[in-house]
Design a protein around this ligand. Sequence first.
Ligand SMILES: Cc1cc2nc3c(=O)[nH]c(=O)nc-3n(C[C@H](O)[C@H](O)[C@H](O)COP(=O)(O)OP(=O)(O)OC[C@H]3O[C@@H](n4cnc5c(N)ncnc54)[C@H](O)[C@@H]3O)c2cc1C
Length: 336
Amino acid sequence: MKKIKTDVLIVGAGPVGLFAVFELGQLGIKSCVVDCLDEIGGQCIALYPEKPIYDIPAYPEIKAEELIINLKNQIKPFRPNFFLNQKVEKISEEIGSFNITTSKNNIINAKCILIAAGNGSFGPNRPPIENIEKFENKSIFYHIKKKSMFENKIIAIAGGGDSAVDWALELLSTAKKIFFIHRREKLRAAPSNVKKLRKLVGQKLELVIPFQLDSIIGENGVIDKLILKDLDDKKKKIEIDYFLPFFGLSTELGPIKEWELQMEKNILKVDQSTCKTSTEGIYAIGDICTYPGKLKLILTGFSEAAIAAHDCFKRVFPNKVLHFEYSTTKGVAGLK
Ligand SMILES: Cc1cc2nc3c(=O)[nH]c(=O)nc-3n(C[C@H](O)[C@H](O)[C@H](O)COP(=O)(O)OP(=O)(O)OC[C@H]3O[C@@H](n4cnc5c(N)ncnc54)[C@H](O)[C@@H]3O)c2cc1C
């Protein structure tokens, strides 16, 4: 157990939480960050590290993992404390500050809380197959970190949404063969990509539709065969090296829901001009917050981080006046 004191506690080490460290740091505000994952980067690292993003200003194209590396470099001067692998659980309010307890019993005292928790803590929806956990992260992956491991391999991809279709298209050029499994004829993914996928059906791409998953044969985490069944319960065995089920994510806001903050459809309502929630001293930025016209984009979250940081200043330094300055004027505060 650790007890620490800081100015602002940031919940969530996704792109928006990371940029908040920078914006706060530029105003002389110390922060620390808690995340339930064991790695920094939120959705960018956990879900699509190798995908290029095209709408980050001034980067015509940048891979999600590169964006996170750049953000990590940008916040280095402020040396934030990271508490990973733990959720924020309880909060209690004192005069002018909060005590936040994490699931590892660390207690952080902060004057403000900045919630940048995205869609909450998330994990994959697992297919209902017996003993699936024995194969996870060995032959079964719910998200792809390194495309190169699938080169020249026989892969089964299951699901009917964008992730399943996008990854089938992405891996097809380097894989030995892809079996694309779905339980109904209609795929929910973007129509243009579904069309592309259907056009590519041939020796390297086989649609196994309508089929459902039945069981796995294999040993020591290594898949040998995947057993599928059709709507009449007729079985089909396919020999594969890897299985990639893409059945979406289950997300859970968890303890934040019990903090009695005003919400709309599981998202925190904020005042757009400050990013304040309904509780004084608690802010929400990034995918977790909403207001009229909100766009769930990284660039919107970056702007919200700047807005919230400027409002936090008043609570962290009640006796100081904030003089707005460009970074070109003041440089990077932490480097001085
Ligand atoms: C496949 C895909 C492609 C995308 N492409 C784009 C794109 O091209 N352009 C774009 O702008 N956006 C894109 N997005 C959306 C973008 O990734 C999100 O808008 C962005 O990640 C939101 O950042 P965030 O920091 O608010 O939240 P997140 O990235 O979700 O990070 C939130 C973090 O909070 C943590 N957390 C949650 N609850 C708790 C808790 N109670 N305690 C501790 N930690 C907690 C989570 O573990 C997570 O790490 C894409 C998303 C996906 C899935």
